[in-house]
Unconditional design. Structure first.
Length: 246
């Protein structure tokens, strides 16, 4: 039903912004960021804290901060925690998004897993993706030269390269973690801002609590779309996973 509805509206392209929540339902059953955070904290503190204290810490600290601390304190041991994101199966959310990309829409995600790409393979859809700064720079150049810019997956926090040796498959994620506190890199910021200014946004499985990089861009970017009073509009946060143009 969702795919049929997507085809009905495909003449009006949009961007999908997706977070970890899309990968929690079966058969994917990836850990949400709180569970991932708890595992990382456990690796950091060992037996120094009880389980209830670890749960409290995982609620009070953003996952990006916890992972950045882990990178500084545990690297490369922190990679064991990231293994939780490998070898899962795509669920209907991933198939829906793969079809959205096939129809020429754009998907931005904070998720480093490969489940949208895996769904694309099963559907015989070639998913074009950007996950390094140079990929975003190339895509940005195509925007200015009128090149092909349809149907792309943008991975803002890196990408698990499962075909590479264990020590190398998380390189782009580690780069993104070291960027925490400074926000998205300029190429990623510029591409995301362009799409926010130009197209409607649908958020899926995203908590809107990524205060270090993405949420500020979502809230601060003026839109070229017209608001209800016939003038430029901005995004307003209305709840978890929801934004509305003003």
């Amino acid at each position: 039903m969702l795919l049929n509805r997507l085809k009905q509206i495909s003449s009006s392209k949009m961007i999908f912004f997706v977070g970890a929540g899309i990968s929690v339902p079966p058969p994917s059953e990836l850990p949400n960021f709180q569970k991932l955070s708890q595992n990382v904290i456990q690796d950091i503190v060992g037996d120094a804290l009880e389980e209830k204290d670890i749960k409290i810490l995982s609620q009070d600290l953003r996952p990006e901060v916890i992972l950045q601390i882990a990178v500084e304190e545990l690297e490369p041991k922190v990679l064991r925690s990231l293994q939780m994101l490998v070898s899962h199966r795509p669920n209907p959310n991933h198939f829906f998004l793969a079809e959205a990309i096939r129809l020429g829409n754009w998907v931005f995600t904070t998720n480093p897993d490969n489940l949208i790409e895996e769904a694309g393979k099963l559907m015989h859809v070639d998913i074009k993706s950007c996950h390094k700064d140079r990929h975003f720079e190339k895509f940005e150049k195509s925007l200015s030269t009128g090149g092909d810019k349809t149907g792309c997956l943008f991975k803002l926090h890196g990408h698990i390269e499962e075909s590479k040796p264990f020590e190398e498959r998380y390189n782009t994620i580690m780069v993104a973690l070291r960027q925490v506190g400074r926000g998205l890199s300029e190429p990623k910021r510029r591409v995301l801002s362009y799409f926010l200014r130009t197209f409607d946004l649908c958020a899926m499985g995203y908590s809107c609590q990524d205060d270090f990089s993405v949420t500020p861009i979502l809230l601060e970017t003026d839109s070229n779309k017209k608001g209800g009073r016939g003038k430029q509009s901005t995004w307003r946060k209305t709840g978890l996973g929801n934004y509305q143009r003003e």
